[in-house]
Design a binder for this molecule. Structure first.
Ligand code: IMP
Length: 438
């Protein structure tokens, strides 16, 4: 039997590009969706028939009952956040039993991870990353330090008790010494997490095995990235990044699917740029124009509600994202947010000391030397939110998309012009290449 087809969906910017909606479109024909990185720092908002769903840990495939959803080993799982999300999905009439699985190798976030994160983010003199305060970074620290608790261990009550007792002793000491925080009660924590473990248990599987078996049976898999390329722990604007491999390489290590089984990488980009939290942002707009985009694009964090920083499209970064991830198809989202503009500047090149450079700085301070060279594209000043085909888009909008294609070497396969499932333009070649028609 022929192996199933696969596609990775990756954020080409700093997250919040609208990956959830793309997952939703792909799951028309893809049978399995697997999340491979991050935790409940992510937040996909999906609107179906006017009903809003915010997904943080659970993959977007959950909104199609025939689809299998997997939380891979690369994810850090907060069991309480997971159970809360599952409860709200159940309350919304969404099926979660028998179609949602968690890797037994995923790492567990515990309360001391949040304690350590808050302590270090608020410590005087430290670098403030502006994290989502979910304990993501400290949990990945424990994973790499080989002292983390994995989901399989969470289900092992004896081991859970010993782990929590030892970890609390250590974290309370460090927390007190470094940040003067109040100690956490190990006993209380054990009781709460042992209870959560019993509810989580039915979802737990060896998902690497499940996914590889699905592929061997000819089933298709979408790998759902969280955050974006510039927040990747290795390739992003370090240290202003998240603590996981958000780029397409993470799809393999974060699920247990070999790299040789990945067929296509789809990069998602907004028609402009946003970022939440601190760190470099070359095309940032700090004036009324930036405020206008924030308002029109409703650019406020889905998880923390923080206003997002906004700026023009950055093609050098998009080319970089293309190179790191191997992007062959681009999805351009929120095109409608630019509908009112008569002119749209796009950054086409970086210059350092008057010299054009194709390199993206390795150091955060390197971005201060960058001069962005802009090309002004004509706006289309026509509403696009009801447009359903590429041909029906205003000429200037088509030219904007064609310019992105020319400058990145990737094809634009899909355009989103509004939050609803219907506000989507699918390019026929993309539908054919990804076998999206039933
Ligand atoms: P952490 O992932 O909570 O450790 O936060 C690290 C950085 O990544 C911060 O700048 C966050 O704002 C950012 N971040 C984390 N998750 C997301 C996301 O889903 N969208 C956008 N930014 C995110």
């Amino acid at each position: 039997m022929k192996r199933g087809r696969t596609a990775v969906i990756v954020g080409a910017q700093w997250g919040d590009e609208g990956k959830g909606k793309v997952v939703d479109v792909l799951t028309r024909t893809f049978e399995v969706v697997a999340r491979y990185a991050g935790g409940h720092n992510a937040g996909h908002t999906v609107i179906i028939n006017g009903k809003k769903f915010i997904l943080q840990l659970v993959p977007g495939g959950i909104l199609r009952p025939e689809c299998t959803s997997v939380i891979g080993n690369g994810v850090v799982l907060d069991p309480l956040a997971f159970l809360k999300e599952v409860a709200s999905l159940r309350a919304g009439g969404v099926k979660v039993d028998g179609n949602l699985f968690i890797s037994n190798r995923a790492q567990v976030i515990l309360p001391y991870h949040r304690m350590m994160e808050l302590g270090s983010e608020n410590a005087p003199g430290g670098v403030k990353i502006g994290t989502t305060s979910r304990g993501i970074g400290p949990s990945y620290e424990d994973k790499m330090g080989r002292r983390g608790l994995r989901v399989a261990d969470l289900l092992d009550e004896k081991l859970l008790r010993t782990h929590i007792e030892n970890a609390c002793r250590e974290k309370n000491l460090i927390g007190h010494a470094l940040f003067n925080v109040d100690p956490l009660d190990a006993d209380k924590m054990f009781r709460e997490y042992a209870g959560a473990a019993r509810e989580v248990a039915p979802f737990v599987r060896d998902t690497a095995l499940l996914l590889n078996q699905a592929l061997a049976e000819g089933k298709s898999i979408v790998f759902e990235g969280a955050q974006g390329t510039m927040l990747d722990i290795d390739h992003g604007t370090y240290p202003f990044v998240t603590s996981s491999s958000a780029t397409s390489g993470g799809a393999s290590t974060g699920t247990g699917i070999p790299p040789t089984s990945i067929d296509t990488v789809i990069g998602i980009t907004k028609a402009y740029c946003t970022r939440v939290g601190g760190g470099p942002f070359p095309t940032e707009l700090t004036d009324a124009q930036g405020e206008d985009i924030r308002k029109r694009g409703n650019e406020f964090g889905a998880v923390t509600g923080r206003p997002r920083r906004t700026g023009w499209l950055d093609l050098p970064l998009l080319r970089y994202a293309g190179m790191i991830n191997g992007i062959s198809w681009l999805v351009v989202t929120k095109l409608d947010v630019l509908d009112h503009l008569t002119e749209i500047p796009v950054c086409v090149e970086y210059k350092v000391d008057d010299q054009a450079t194709g390199e993206v700085p390795a150091q955060a301070c390197g971005y201060e030397k960058i001069e962005c060279i802009y090309h002004k594209m004509p706006g289309w000043t026509t509403p696009t939110s009801n447009v359903r085909t590429l041909e029906a888009l205003p000429k200037a909008a088509r030219e904007y998309l064609a310019f992105i294609e020319k400058e990145t070497g990737a094809r634009v396969g899909m355009i989103s012009t509004g939050p609803d499932r219907e506000q989507t333009i699918l390019v026929p070649e993309f539908v054919r290449a990804l076998e999206l028609s039933h």
